[in-house]
Design a binder for this molecule. Structure first.
Ligand code: DGY
Length: 329
């Protein structure tokens, strides 16, 4: 454990709840980002000078080049469960701990996944735009016919905590048949709990009425869904991405939606966000939300507090709650 002569210095890369800053300030000399601007990498490096810890929001790239310039750094605490912004090998080599914020956002993010599934299948956003545009003149039997959710087949790619929370909603709440694909198969008791069946990715894509993407982003999961995979899906199917931008080839998806190759999509994450592929903005059969999977006050506060717990735990007592790598003391 590092002994500090005075309060260790900690950087907050973005604005966060004032009471969370107060918690940090009790233990650390805190530099905040009062304007809540997105700093360039150069500015981040400059502000990290002399900082023992940094509170990150899941987008700040922490790699060997940055670490080589930030010798005081001991811990990077993401307030997100995703940590594809961390090069953990480089962090371990530099003696820097990475932490994330799992569990506290699981149910909240699963709720958003289901909200997007419902909105997409039942054309909620598209029909609302129609109504607001003053186009609704009368009821008709075939107006905005959508896809069934109850009793349909839900295909989940990525069956971690959030994937399982979605499976539970689908199986127990909506009587859905659950297919899943994952790096490793779940144990039989867990599969039984959700009536979930392990299948290959191509079988899932061919059989599911609704495909939900919930896996972490890595080089291996880049463009898990591209033109070839979209071509396997039913023309009536929907695709929901609450995982990470880059897991779907957004250009290929926009084309598939335009061609009605699949019925509709619901997206919370994008390649190059906050920029959204311009063709996706043009197609009506896609519901677009701005990365709000965990956006409830309760979940965001719990995520921020877990990041703070990790900073305090590691820099004050030598132990983080949710470490991602091993650092030699
Ligand atoms: C996460 O925690 O990784 C979420 O995407 C943040 O909203």
């Amino acid at each position: 454990m590092t002994a500090f002569a005075s309060k260790p210095k900690v950087l907050l890369t973005r604005s966060i709840f004032p009471d969370v800053v107060d918690r940090l300030s009790k233990h650390f000399d805190v530099e905040t980002n009062a304007d809540d601007t997105s700093w360039s990498r150069e500015e981040l490096v400059a502000r990290l000078q002399g900082k023992a810890g940094v509170f990150t929001t899941g987008v700040e790239r922490i790699d060997a080049a940055l670490l080589a310039q930030c010798s005081a750094l001991k811990i990077c605490a993401n307030m997100t469960v995703g940590y594809n912004n961390f090069d953990l090998d480089a962090m371990s080599a530099a003696g820097v701990l990475g932490t994330n914020a799992p569990d506290v956002l699981t149910e909240t993010t699963a709720d958003l996944g289901f909200a997007l599934l419902m909105a997409t299948a039942r054309r909620v956003a598209e029909s609302e735009h129609f109504l607001r545009a003053g186009l609704w003149k009368r009821w008709s039997y075939d107006m905005f016919l959508g896809a069934e959710v109850h009793g349909s087949t839900l295909g989940i790619i990525g069956m971690g905590r959030i994937g399982q929370a979605i499976a539970r909603r689908g199986a127990l709440g909506f009587g859905m048949r659950v297919l899943y694909h994952n790096r490793s198969r779940l144990d039989a008791a867990t599969e039984d709990q959700y009536n979930a069946h392990y299948v290959s990715k191509s079988e899932l894509l061919q059989s599911a009425d609704h495909v939900m993407l919930v896996m972490p982003y890595s080089a291996a999961s880049h463009h898990t869904i591209g033109a070839a995979e979209l071509a396997l899906m039913k023309p009536t199917a929907t695709l929901i991405n609450i995982a990470r931008g880059g897991i779907v080839d957004d250009a290929a998806l926009a084309q598939a939606l335009m061609d009605k190759r699949i019925a509709a999509a619901g997206l919370d994450v994008y390649e190059g966000e906050p920029v959204v592929h311009p063709e996706l903005l043009k197609v009506p059969n896609v519901v677009l939300t701005p990365h709000i999977g965990s956006a409830t006050a309760g979940a965001r506060r719990a995520m921020a507090n877990l990041a703070v717990d990790n900073l305090i735990g590691y820099l004050v007592s030598g132990t983080a709650i949710t470490p991602l790598n091993t650092v030699k003391g």
